[in-house]
Write a protein that binds this ligand. Structure first.
Ligand SMILES: NC(=O)c1ccc[n+]([C@@H]2O[C@H](COP(=O)([O-])OP(=O)(O)OC[C@H]3O[C@@H](n4cnc5c(N)ncnc54)[C@H](OP(=O)(O)O)[C@@H]3O)[C@@H](O)[C@H]2O)c1
Length: 275
């Protein structure tokens, strides 16, 4: 089976390509670096020829509100149009647990727009909602800086290892389309501020983490359970302490993701450059 992974050179995408190949499928990594650009349409018709499944794990290079909306709308529209022409039978997209509850955030409004286009299209689909990745805990601190300290809301989340995200997405991609949302999450719940504090300590990062009930989550107000997956979410196996012993945890810096609290203008610029 030919599976095209849009964003196949990224964190989740590169793991997915390996998993599909190990499973015996023909997996193609599609990204600007491999000559496929979903925003301009470059290379899309060629790469989708003969594809049964498309997995979209791309991300916008710019998270300014209007730019990220334009990215996900244009990219998703183009993809779905070319997929219909190529006869693709399953469109899989990776999104975030709680997306529909985080509409105050420009990033999440863009993900909501992406999901709406998928649901309205004629292509059978599966939308995977994953919780935050362990790999982005430091990035979360980076985008949550205010007055030299990390400000995070003291609310629950259930983060997971990127390896488990890729395994969950791969399992769903090779199965029949569910035409619905499937949630995946980690095996343990933590308070956001507490886990980021622990992660920074393992990196010997001296920044102070403040549990700030007024801190927003990438611009969105969150309450105690906003970021949690539903009860029947599929669970990744890797516990945080186990992940810390793995090579992925030894990388001190990963590009920040849109999973943070109130971000000032300066921090927004930093985030944009880092991405
Ligand atoms: N971070 C979290 O905690 C979290 C949680 C749940 C879900 N997610 C979702 O997970 C998804 C993937 O995240 P990630 O961290 O794996 O992303 P990533 O490492 O930043 O990779 C993004 C990929 O998108 C590609 N891309 C960018 N512009 C493109 C374009 N115009 N056409 C085709 N490909 C393009 C990039 O290619 P180049 O390298 O060539 O630019 C790269 O391969 C995102 O959609 C995000 O919303 C994230």
């Amino acid at each position: 089976m030919k599976i095209v992974v849009i964003g196949g050179t990224g964190l989740i995408g590169s793991k997915l390509v390996n998993k599909f190949r190990e499973h015996g499928d023909e997996a193609v990594a599609a990204a600007p670096n491999t000559g496929v650009n979903t925003v301009t349409g470059e290379g899309l018709a060629e790469v989708l020829t003969g594809a049964s499944v498309v997995v979209d794990v791309s991300n916008s290079p710019d998270w300014e509100d209007a730019a990220v909306l334009k990215f996900f709308e244009t990219s998703t529209r183009n993809l779905l149009t070319y997929e219909a022409a190529a006869g693709v039978g399953h469109h899989v997209a990776l999104s975030v647990v709680g997306t529909d509850r985080l509409f105050e955030s420009g990033y999440f409004r863009a993900k909501i727009a992406q999901e709406k286009l998928i649901k309205e299209s004629s292509i059978p689909y599966s939308i995977v909602h994953a919780t935050q990745f362990f790999e982005f805990l430091k990035g979360l601190a980076d985008i949550s800086m205010d007055g030299g300290k990390v400000h995070l809301p003291p609310v629950l989340f259930q983060p997971m290892a990127a390896d488990d995200v890729a395994a969950g997405v791969a399992r769903i991609a090779v199965g029949p389309p569910v035409n619905d949302i499937v949630e995946i999450g980690g095996p343990e719940q933590f308070r956001v501020d507490e886990l980021v504090r622990r992660r920074l300590a393992t990196l010997k990062d001296p920044r102070e983490v403040i549990a700030d009930p007024n801190a927003r989550y990438d611009g969105a107000k969150v309450s105690w359970e906003t970021l949690l997956p539903c009860n029947n979410a599929r669970m990744g196996e890797t516990r945080f302490e186990t992940w810390l012993t793995q090579p992925a945890a030894q990388i001190p810096s990963a590009p920040p993701q849109p999973t943070g609290a109130t971000v000032g203008t300066k921090e927004k610029e930093t985030r944009k450059k880092a991405s």
